[in-house]
Design a protein around this ligand. Structure first.
Ligand code: 0O2
Length: 209
């Protein structure tokens, strides 16, 4: 298996989508409007993780492109829970890819405490051999959900997927605390937004002075 050749279209998808999604964010900024997107990251899954996942799911190498759907991964991080659904609506309205699957792990949180909205898309990428349709996963989550998931991911790495029971319970409580923070922030969202709008307007005035 030549991994460099196999992963090249995935790297291209990640780069193209990062530009496009960042473009969505910038358009809000140009119009001095609150952007539902706080920041965007993207990565190609490392070969080691692809092989680990393939082994767990018992996927053979020839089916990786179909069965491992997050080789190309994009993450959109928002301030508020509502923003997640605004972003989902915006992604559904796009014509440059099709959505093949979506899972709302916010309504249906995972056992670990994980919350996030997942979309699997099929993205047509132009290669020197013609168009290639590539699957990519877009994760959409709030800053609080991202804080939790990043820390939990590190612990999973440290304990090789076998987090001790007491730590697991603590993480579950932390996930609920993060969600309560999201709920509380949602309640004062209009005030926060108004404050951010005042700040943006002041910046505009300064720029044009
Ligand atoms: P990495 O290192 O982020 O790439 P499925 O067959 O759909 O049930 P699959 O393909 O694992 O299973 O999809 P799922 O469950 O939607 O998970 C895909 C990705 O979501 C994971 O990729 C993580 O990035 C994230 N994720 C899912 N569950 C959790 C969780 O409990 N904690 C954290 N921190 N992240 C989670 P990878 O390959 O696990 O990891």
């Amino acid at each position: 298996m030549n991994w460099e050749v196999f992963l090249a279209p995935y790297a291209q998808v990640v780069e193209e989508l990062k530009v496009k999604l960042k473009g969505m964010r910038s358009q809000f900024e140009y119009e001095s409007r609150h952007s539902p997107i706080e920041f965007i990251t993207g990565r190609v899954k490392p070969v080691r993780s692809i092989l680990q996942k393939a082994a767990t799911k018992q996927v053979t190498v020839d089916l990786l492109h179909r069965e491992i759907q997050d080789i190309a991964g994009l993450r959109i991080v928002t301030q508020f829970v509502n923003d997640i659904y605004t972003v989902v609506g915006m992604l559904k309205a796009r014509k440059d890819f099709i959505i093949v699957d979506e899972i709302d792990y916010i309504v249906q949180k995972k056992d670990s405490g994980y919350r996030s909205y997942h979309m699997i898309i099929e993205y047509p990428v132009e290669t020197i051999h013609g168009e290639k349709k590539v699957l990519a996963e877009i994760q959409i989550r709030t800053l609080a959900m991202n804080f939790w998931a990043t820390n939990e991911h590190s612990l999973n790495y440290k304990y090789d997927g076998q987090i001790p029971a007491d730590l697991k319970a603590r993480l579950k409580r932390a996930a609920e605390a993060a969600f309560r923070l999201d709920e509380e922030m949602s309640k004062i969202r209009d005030d926060v937004r108004e404050a951010q709008q005042i700040y943006r307007d002041q910046q505009q005035i300064k720029k044009h002075k």
